[in-house]
Structure formats: structure tokens, C-alpha cells
Design a binder for this molecule. Structure first.
Ligand code: GLY
Ligand code: MN
Ligand code: MN
Length: 441
């Protein structure tokens, strides 16, 4: 698998598109993110802000990007200065000159000059786009600079009067995958599928959930990924019924079905794949019965991921198949209409079916436009992830189904020719899954 590389001109093109989306009197300001404390005086590995990285390719804490809209949009980048002593302890910094070369921004400055230069950059702007639902520190900084510009009003200065959520414009931009984005995402999904295959090939009863996690993540890292795009979920038996189970600490028993929801990042785009593996190598009849229902729902949901369709319709389509299955399996009784009307299916299927996928696992981009579901377009990428969760302690459930949790999640690219399943290298038919499990032992 040849790894794709997004180059400086790709990032420059994205900034140019954002500049063109911005009104002429608008400025967009994004920060690159900060280091987060893990405990006491140690920190998590730095992960740049998704939109900042999408527009610069830089992974540098304490950076800020400013884009001015209009006929000839331009970008200014503020980064930490080179500092030999700090770099010996905490890693290399590009410095303003290096950042300019790496990103092709028009201007680059030391971050220490942000407050004063921000006043110049906001001068003449009416509208400032910042992420208003996060990053309080940036908002304060922008408001301080804006106030300083406003004080000059009497001498003719034009100062901002509107704060707009930058995630709206960034959501619209990031929803439609450009060529480089698609290449990164495809590679992230391909490596995610590879991790699934390698770990499942070593699965055996008596191993531990964390061993599976370690094999997955070894495959991710060994192939150059920065690592998982979210906490890997590896849940055996009843643990599969905890939707965000990340302890991954239990021993996998003979007869357990192992639910694995894991994906890795490439250039900070992430895959998001869920598969279920029978530890012993074969599905029990009850596991098979549940799995077949979810697989049918997954296939129906993928088929519905077409231009002009929408995420609500995909959910409804999957629900239709799942509810038929729940009635057939005897998990629910009564009429289908009543089950749907009273939402009784939520005992066994309590989440939605799809979300946008991109730099974030639950990516930016609104799900409705003017109150109606957003129609799918060529270039959208979404997940289709129906499931059935039959927790051990649920009342009134046939015994053979207790403790079975199944989700089958694919990453789907909407094209003019129909849905393309990016995650199809991760086996999902019963026979393919059975052939894979334990095949490396
Ligand atoms: N892995 C998170 C999700 O499937 O939405
Ligand atoms: Mn998902
Ligand atoms: Mn997932």
C-alpha cells in the first residue's frame, strides 16, 4: 500500500477555497491546539486541531492561522519561534520561516506577535469566524484585538461586529472530500482494515481483549499511522453491549463473540470500522442468527447511501430490516408498526446508523439544511453501522441471545456511480469472518 502524501499546494488550495467561501469583509481565525496534561507533569501526545491541520498540514502546538477573505484571500500563520533549549526538551519547531515553506502561507510570524498583528488583520473586517463552541482562549484573544480596533473607530477604523462559528464554513468545506482528503481517508480506512485482519487472524479463546487491541494498534503504527482515531473498542461477550467499552481488559472465552470497533488515522483522517469475530472460529447458531440480521441491515444501509439519499433515510432503512429481525428472533412481539411507533426497538438498537467521517471520527458538517435532512452528494463519506445489543441482564429475552452484541460498521464514499465501501477489505460475511479468525495460529 503506497502511502499518499498531501503536499503544501493541496493545503494552499484548501485555504484558497476557504478564502473564497468567506465574505470579502470576513476573517477566519483557528488555533492549532495546545498540549493537554495527562497527569501531573506529563502530557498526551500532541494532536493538532482538525480544521487547522486540514488547512495547513502542520502539527505544531500554540499556532494560529488567520485567513482573510475577499477577491485575493491571504493567510497568515503564527507559530512558536525557534528555541534551541526548548527544542532539546520538547521537540523540533518549524519556526515562522520553516512554517512558511512547509505550508506556502503568504505570511508567517512568531506567535508572540499575534496580539498586536491580529489588530492589523482585523482592521477593516466586519465578520470574524472562530470556533465559538470551543476554544475560549482564542475567542478571548480575538475579542481583545477586536476591542482594540474598535477603539480606533473615531479615526475611521472599521472593526468587527459579528462573530460567526468557523465550524459552519469548515463543516461545509470538509464534508466534500477533495482528492487529497479522499486519498488520506482511503489509506486510513485501508490500514484500519489491515489491523482488523491481522488481529483477527491471531484471535483465540483464552487471549485477552488487550492483546487484540495491541495487535490492531501495532498494525496501525507499524504502517506509519499516528495511531487510533478514537479509543479502540474490543469487547468480548457481554462487553460488546457497552457501546463505548474501552477497558479492553477481559479474557476472551471460548464461544464469545468479540466486537471490535477500531480505526486509525492517516494524515489525521480516520477510519471507523466495526466487525464481530467468534473467538472459537465459528459462530454459534444464536450468534449467526443475530449477525445475519445486522448484516442484512448493513447491506441495506450501504445500498441506500446514494446521491440524493440522506442519513435519516439510511437509518430508517436499517431500522426496517432490524425490526423485522427482532420480531423474527422473538426479541420483540406485536406489530411492526407498534414497535416502531413506541420505539420498542431501542431496547436492542439505541443509536443512530450513520455519521460523517473525515478528520474527526464524528466529522463536522450539519445533518440538515433548512430543517430538512441534507441530501447526500458525490464526495460525502459516512458510516453505516447498524447493530443489535442483547445485554445479559435484559428481562424477557430468549436465553440463547443473552450476552450477544453485534455491530457491523462500514465507511462509505458516495459517488455518482453509487456507494463505494472503503472498508470492504475487512471481511464481514459469515464465511469470510470464520475463515479469517485464528488463521495465523
Ligand atoms: N467508533 C465510534 C463510532 O462508531 O461512532
Ligand atoms: Mn462510527
Ligand atoms: Mn465505530
Amino acid at each position: 500500500m503506497k502511502p499518499p502524501r498531501t503536499v503544501a499546494s493541496d493545503y494552499a488550495e484548501r485555504r484558497a477555497r476557504i478564502g473564497a467561501r468567506l465574505p470579502a469583509d470576513a476573517v477566519l481565525v483557528l488555533s492549532g491546539g495546545v498540549l493537554h496534561t495527562r497527569s501531573n507533569d506529563t502530557e498526551h501526545r500532541f494532536r493538532p486541531d482538525s480544521s487547522f491541520h486540514y488547512l495547513t498540514g502542520l502539527s505544531a502546538p500554540e499556532s494560529v492561522l488567520v485567513i482573510r477573505g475577499g477577491a485575493s484571500p491571504s493567510s497568515a500563520l503564527f507559530v512558536q519561534e525557534k528555541d534551541r533549549a526548548a527544542e532539546i526538551w520538547s521537540g523540533r519547531r518549524p519556526g515562522p520561516e520553516g512554517a512558511k515553506q512547509l505550508t506556502q502561507v503568504e505570511d508567517a510570524y512568531p506567535i508572540s506577535s499575534l496580539d498586536s498583528l491580529l489588530c492589523d488583520l482585523l482592521h477593516g473586517a466586519r465578520e470574524v469566524h472562530i470556533p465559538i463552541h470551543r476554544d475560549d482562549a482564542l475567542r478571548e484573544r480575538v475579542l481583545r484585538a477586536s476591542r482594540a480596533v474598535a477603539r480606533g473607530d473615531r479615526s475611521g477604523a472599521i472593526s468587527p461586529t459579528r462573530l460567526v462559528d468557523a465550524d459552519v464554513i469548515m463543516g461545509e468545506e470538509r464534508l466534500l472530500k477533495d482528492e487529497a482528503a479522499l486519498a488520506s481517508l482511503r489509506h486510513a480506512v485501508a490500514l484500519s482494515a489491515l489491523g482488523h485482519r491481522e488481529a483477527a487472524a491471531h484471535l483465540r479463546p483464552g487471549s485477552y481483549e488487550y492483546e487484540f487491541e495491541a495487535r490492531l494498534e501495532y498494525a496501525f503504527r507499524r504502517n506509519g499511522s499516528t495511531g487510533p482515531g478514537y479509543g479502540s473498542i474490543v469487547g468480548a461477550g457481554d462487553n460488546a453491549n457497552i457501546l463505548h467499552y474501552v477497558e479492553n481488559s477481559a479474557e476472551i472465552q471460548h464461544g464469545d463473540l468479540l466486537l471490535v470497533d477500531a480505526g486509525c488515522e492517516w494524515e489525521f483522517f480516520t477510519g471507523d470500522i466495526t466487525r464481530c469475530y467468534p473467538a472459537s472460529g465459528t459462530f454459534s447458531p444464536a450468534q449467526k442468527a443475530v449477525y445475519e440480521v445486522v448484516l442484512a441491515a448493513n447491506l441495506a444501509g450501504v445500498e441506500a447511501s446514494t446521491v440524493g439519499g440522506n442519513i435519516n433515510a439510511i437509518h430508517t432503512r436499517c431500522l426496517d430490516v432490524l425490526v423485522d429481525g427482532m420480531l423474527e428472533l422473538g426479541l420483540l412481539s406485536g406489530s411492526k408498526d407498534a414497535v416502531l411507533e413506541r420505539e420498542e426497538y431501542k431496547r436492542f438498537y439505541m443509536h443512530r446508523t450513520s455519521h460523517w467521517l473525515g478528520v474527526d471520527v464524528h466529522d463536522v458538517g450539519t445533518y440538515s439544511v433548512d430543517g430538512t435532512p441534507r441530501p447526500l452528494e458525490v464526495g460525502h463519506v459516512l458510516t453505516v453501522e447498524p447493530g443489535l445489543y442483547i445485554a445479559n441482564d435484559l428481562d424477557g429475552v430468549p436465553d440463547e441471545f443473552r450476552g450477544i452484541g453485534v455491530r457491523i460498521e462500514d465507511d462509505v464514499w458516495v459517488t455518482a456511480q453509487g456507494p463505494t465501501v472503503l472498508s470492504d477489505a475487512a471481511p464481514k460475511t459469515i464465511s469470510d469472518v470464520e475463515a479469517l479468525v485464528g488463521s495465523a495460529l
